[in-house]
Design a binder for this molecule. Structure first.
Ligand SMILES: [Zn+2]
Length: 74
């Protein structure tokens, strides 16, 4: 399990990014909301969308696990 947070500040595209606790890009503690423990960014995304329909996954900490799956198919 990893611990995920939802940013309280939108990106330039107007999305609110989900970050894993260890992510280098995670916002300051005052600018994030705790989502809870999840196996991966995709599960965290489901919870985050309930709180904020504009939630999106961080490319650094959330997307890498998807890419690993995609690359195996190639
Ligand atoms: Zn991140």
């Amino acid at each position: 399990m990893k611990f995920f947070y939802l940013s309280s500040n939108p990106t330039s595209e107007g999305n609110y990014e989900i970050h894993e606790r260890e992510c280098d890009l995670i916002p300051d503690i005052l600018d994030r909301e705790y989502l809870g423990p999840f196996n991966n960014g995709k599960e965290a995304m489901r919870k985050a969308l309930d709180l904020n329909p504009k939630a999106s996954t961080c490319e650094k900490c959330c997307i890498s696990s998807y890419q690993a799956v995609f690359f195996k198919k190639n």
